[in-house]
Design a protein around this ligand. Structure first.
Ligand code: CP
Ligand code: NVA
Length: 308
């Protein structure tokens, strides 16, 4: 049987995603109460990370441990992937031994090729195109802070990057409006935008984007792998910092979000990220709860029935 993978948010239906967010909130409450819930006892999660990570690695490993399973972390230099063994062969071999494989890769195509040959679920832990696990945590965070996200408006300010693409897919699946403000030449992929239809619109004016928004969200101006472009990008993104004057144009109860790591004084002013509207630390913590719900969804039959 072909396994379910989670390479983009579109791999799950709106109903499945909403159920997953509700379950993440429930698992968080169980964790806070100190309840033991270990449905993944004797299960193994392999993690292949081509790029650095703080939140994703720690949240997956801690979450898997809480669910009773174990993790093994591999960088390309630890495996033959870094020495030219084909991705497809690696996928066939690893998926005969472990129960789920989490991959952070430079190229989205690498994760797709791996998943094609994997007999167990593959989870995208960030590629150049998408970061779907981040959006599970972000939606959970909004729902906890302000209630349902459907019908709300989010403003993305900055680079039309991987995280932005996942916000676009989230707008489709969760039914909210997303206004994206980028400098010319840094728009998100036209195909991803077009597929989202009317729920997404583009502008080059951060002030127009933020006007009346319920959520203001940004990310680094130079993602991992774009280090050589950093100097040019700092020039091109000037005027796109999320600061207090910009936040004042959003709704008074708007939240500020950032997937982290953040660069204060560049894409966000310290007064905003460290201020009262910021929910970034909840977003970071929720990575763990949301990914526990995802692991349960992918690996446990009748997920959610146990522990109730
Ligand atoms: N937000 C996020 O994915 O952070 P890491 O790169 O630290 O995993
Ligand atoms: N856009 C950033 C996100 C980091 C979590 C990057 O890809 O580096």
């Amino acid at each position: 049987m072909t396994p379910r993978h989670f390479l983009t948010l579109l791999d799950l239906s709106s109903a499945e995603l909403s159920q997953l967010i509700a379950r993440a909130i429930e698992l968080k409450a169980m964790h806070r109460r100190g309840e033991s819930y270990a449905p993944l006892c004797r299960r193994t999660m392999a993690m292949i990370f081509e790029k650095s990570s703080t939140r994703t690695r720690v949240s997956f490993e801690a979450g898997m441990s809480q669910l009773g399973g174990s993790s093994l972390f591999l960088s390309p230099r630890d495996t033959h992937l870094g020495r030219g063994e084909p991705i497809e062969d690696t996928a066939r071999v690893m998926s005969r031994m472990v129960d789920v494989i989490v991959i952070r890769a430079y190229e989205h195509a690498m994760v797709e090729r791996f998943a094609e040959q994997s007999s167990v679920p593959v989870i995208n832990a960030l590629t150049d195109r998408h970061h779907p696990c981040q959006l599970l945590a972000d939606i959970q965070t909004y729902v906890e802070a302000r209630g349902a996200i459907s019908g709300r408006t989010a403003a993305w300010i900055g680079d039309g990057n991987n995280v932005c693409h996942s916000w676009i897919n989230a707008a489709r699946r969760f039914g909210f409006r997303l206004v994206i403000a980028t400098p010319a030449g840094y728009e998100p992929d036209a195909g991803v935008v077009a597929a989202a239809g009317e729920c997404v619109s583009l502008t080059q004016d951060p002030r127009a984007a933020v006007h009346g928004a319920d959520i203001v969200v940004t990310d680094t101006w130079a993602s991992m792998g774009q280090e050589d472009e950093k100097a040019q990008r700092l020039k091109d993104f000037s005027g796109y910092m999320v600061d207090q004057p910009l936040m004042r144009l959003a709704r008074s109860d708007a939240v500020f979000m950032h997937c982290l790591p953040a660069y204060r004084g560049y894409e966000v002013d310290a007064a905003v990220i460290d201020g009262p509207q910021s929910v970034v630390w909840d977003e970071a913590e929720n990575r763990m709860h949301a990914q526990k719900a995802l692991l349960e969804f992918l690996l446990v039959k009748n997920a959610g029935d146990a522990g109730r």
